[in-house]
Design a binder for this molecule. Sequence first.
Ligand code: SF4
Length: 217
Amino acid sequence: MLDAFGKQNWWPADSSFEVIIGAILTQQTSWKNVEKAISSLKKEGGLNPEFLNYIELGRLEQLIKPSGFYKIKAQRLKNFLDYFLKEYNGKTEKMTEDNTIKIRKELLNINGIGKETADSTLLYALNKEIFVIDAYTKRIFFRLGIVDTNDYEKLRELFENSLKEKDHLNTINKFKEMHALIVELGKNYCKKDPICNNCPLFSSCKRKGVKNEYSWN
Ligand code: SF4
């Protein structure tokens, strides 16, 4: 995948806080829509916890409208901010110093933060050794014939154990890059109706459960 797509250098953001906001906004929408919402937030007052805490819920909803489900997401942002300001005084540096399992539990207790969002936050914003599982990962690795489970935690542990390096930095870079490459493959080839004959993994894929293979040719 690396040969086919090149280095992805995820996550595209100016700060760790922006990564977290992006991880919440990207739920059930494309990254293009998230970029529009983030750009509006930046224009309005800057993407920082103080501003997002200060701004009224109704105004926040309007600013993030391009990301879809804006009422739900605005409330989710406020829920996260309550926690973030109370526990870490709005500082991602303080959050990074804390224990990974503890943060994960706390994030999952916030209404609207699921495992994918929590783990994206831990890996991409806080540089914690947690692998992110998403729908693309489940679909691709099932079709490849490598896994036969849909269970988030089992898959996460499987990826973490297989990709973990001795060095922390190498591990998180590998986790970050692998997840980004999986998303790239899922978006471009291993879609619901996959484009198998052009896929970089064609020769090693069992295409388990694939009924219709679409082709560009
Ligand atoms: S060959 Fe087809 S099923 Fe296998 S990973 Fe590629 S697109 Fe998905």
